[in-house]
Each structure stands twice: as C-alpha cells, then as structure tokens.
Design a protein around this ligand. Structure first.
Ligand code: PLP
Length: 366
C-alpha cells in the first residue's frame, strides 16, 4: 500500500526529544522559543507565537481582533471544519463566498462581492499547499478596512510573489500529525504586528503579563518543549522535504496530464506550491464515477483521500446554526463532488509515482 500521508521523524527527532526529557523542563520553555524564532524566519515575519493546535491559532487570532457581536468573518466553503469551528468559537458569524476552479481557494472577486457592512475579517484558506491570490486579498482588506486572517494550516512555506503564506495578515498554522511540519498537535500564529503578537503571548498564558499579573481573561493555549522538539529537525530539512514533494507533483503531473476525465492540479504563476496534497478532479465525462475510481485505487494499493466530502457548512449542525450564513457557491458545489487526493508526500518514490500513474491511467482507460 502507498499511504496517502506518512510521518517521517527519525533519530534526530528522538535525540531532540530525549534532550528535553533529560532537561526536566517539559512545559513551554526555551525549545518553544527556538521553534518560534525559526518559524518566524521561515515565514519572513517578525513574530511567531506557538499555541497548542491550529484550531486554537485561528481562535486566538480572532480573539485579539476584538470582534463585536454580529461581526462577520468571510471564508471559503471548501475547507476543513476547524476553519468554521474557530469562527463560531470566537463568537462571530460565518459567511461564505465561492471558490476559484484554478486553485480550489476562495476567489478574491467573489469575496469582494460578498463583503457586507458587518464584515470585519477576511479568512481565506491556503488549501492543499498553494496560497490564495494573496495580493488581491491584502488589497481587499486594505480598501474595506478589514482584518486578514490566513488559515495557513496546509501551507507552511508556500509563497505568493516571493512572500510566504502567513505574512500577509495574521497567519494561522497547524502542526498536526499529517501536516507538512508536525509537533503531533501544535499551532502557530505569525504576524509583523508587535502589539498583536504581544497580546497573543499574554492571551495564551492565562492573560498573564508577569507572574500573577493578569491583563485580560486568558486561556491556557501553550505548546510544550516536548512537542516543539519534534519539529526542530524537520525545520532543518524542510527545504529538501518540499523539493521532494515538488518532484513527486511534477512526475504525477507529467504522467497524468491529458488523461480523459481527469484534471491535474496546477501551480499558478507567481506562486510556490508546497504540495500538502496533490488533488485531481474527476469530471463527469470520466469513464468511471468517483466512488468506483476510489474503490479501484484502493484495490490497487494506492492510498487516496477526499478532502473534503462535503462543503463545510453542509451539515445540520451548521445549516441550523444561527451564526452560519450560507450563500450561493456553485463552483464549490461542483468541485466538492470531483476531488480526489493522491499520495505526494516525501516518502513516495519515483517508482511509487509510476505505479500511481499507471493505475490511474488504466482505471480511466487512457
Ligand atoms: C488542520 C487544519 C486546521 C486545524 O488544525 P489543528 O491543528 O488540527 O487544530 C485548520 N484549518 C485547516 C485548513 C486545516 O487543514
């Protein structure tokens, strides 16, 4: 079986974790601080604030924006549920605009048309490892005086015109076990804003400035040194990891381009894709439907995934929610029925890619 994702830790990680264990300092301490320094550097921002997971990162980012009751956060309907849960947990109302077929991401023009006088935050998601049209979102935020929160959970180090995901607004990253970089569970908020970074640091630690000096009603959102130790060796070799993902994506693209009924994903001009997922679309003219395609891939030993089987609001708990406002999103409605992700992670070898390509070609009669 070629798995759809795989964790690659190894002896360097074991050594780092053992150092922390032996130091006796297992809670938030110097290793978290080192992780924050290095991740800020990777993202090209002044501050990275580590928290206990990616959902918390989104909630904390919204919390330091001081939203008022009735404020709306405009996001994409095609994302992991955490994006929506974070908006609701922060007390805001979620609204949606349609996505672009070219990159699966929230479409900037559709977002502009969906802004209302209650919109306070734009929250696009850099899905599958490719950024949104980040320049357009920055301009839209500036022209309407909106905050920009980037759900960057899947796009560590992805760039738009040379600038990294998470450097256009408040960047929210996940370090969950299946992401491109992992601490098991973990999150980071990135920003160039000194005041917001300071408020995030206080908020994550019970609202405490100095020992027993409380400034706001805070939380315990802290990451631990034990967790941060897991990611440091991954940061050392992240450029090579991304290069391997890019090579796999290029070989998959070359092998699958032009297969009838199949649309391969593209890295758009000016963007550097970090290939968290390699997601093809099976169009209605394909020889088999998606259920059969997926069943035959699995039979052939090829891991696959449907991210995501439904639009994020398409469950009763959200459709009936008083703070979820569902709009018309025809492109997303179509694409959600077409996507299938194939293995692209660094442990996929050239031979594995060739196996995937020939299986897909044979299933689709190419
Ligand atoms: C993984 C993910 C999150 C949430 O991160 P956790 O660390 O699992 O809480 C949020 N948004 C997107 C798009 C994700 O893929």
């Amino acid at each position: 079986m070629i798995p759809i994702s795989s964790v690659d830790l190894g002896p360097e990680v074991e050594a780092e974790v053992l150092k922390v264990l032996r130091s006796g300092m297992v809670a938030q301490g110097p290793v978290v601080a080192e992780f924050e320094r290095r991740f800020a550097e990777l993202t090209g921002v002044r501050h990275a604030v580590a928290v206990n997971n990616g959902t918390t990162a989104l909630v904390a980012a919204l919390q330091v924006l001081d939203l008022q009751e009735g404020d709306e956060v405009l996001t994409t309907p095609f994302t992991f549920v955490a994006t929506l849960n974070a908006i609701l947990e922060a007390g805001a109302t979620a609204t949606f605009a349609d996505i672009a077929e070219s990159d699966f991401n929230l479409d900037a023009a559709a977002a502009a048309a969906a802004v209302t006088d209650r919109t306070a935050v734009l929250m696009p998601v850099h899905l599958y490892g490719q950024t949104v049209d980040a320049g357009a979102f920055r301009e839209l935020a500036d022209s309407h005086d909106l905050a920009l929160v980037e759900d960057s959970a899947q796009s560590h180090g992805a760039t738009f015109e040379g600038r990294a995901a998470g450097s256009f607004g408040l960047g929210c990253f996940s370090f969950y076990g299946t992401k491109n970089l992992t601490t098991g569970e973990g999150g980071v908020i990135t920003t160039d804003d000194d005041t917001l970074a300071d408020r995030l640091r206080v908020l994550r630690n019970q609202g405490m400035r100095a020992r027993y000096q409380y400034e706001v009603a805070g939380h315990n959102y802290r990451l631990t040194d034990l967790q941060a130790a897991v990611v440091l060796p991954q940061l050392d070799r992240y450029a090579a990891t991304v290069a391997r993902r890019k090579a796999n994506a290029a070989r998959l693209t070359e092998g699958l381009d032009g297969v009838p009924g199949l649309v391969v994903p593209r890295e758009l001009p000016g963007r550097s894709h970090v290939w968290h997922q390699f997601t093809v679309r099976l169009t209605p003219d394909a020889r088999v439907d998606r259920d059969e395609f997926v069943a035959r891939l699995t039979e052939a030993g090829i891991g696959n995934g449907i991210y995501y089987p439904r639009l994020v609001f398409d469950y009763d708990c959200y459709r009936d929610h008083p703070r979820v406002r569902v709009g018309d999103v025809p492109v997303a409605e179509r694409i959600v029925r077409e996507v299938v992700s194939l293995p692209v992670h660094p442990k996929v070898s050239d031979a594995d890619v060739d196996t995937i390509v020939s299986a897909v070609r044979s299933i689709l009669g190419a």
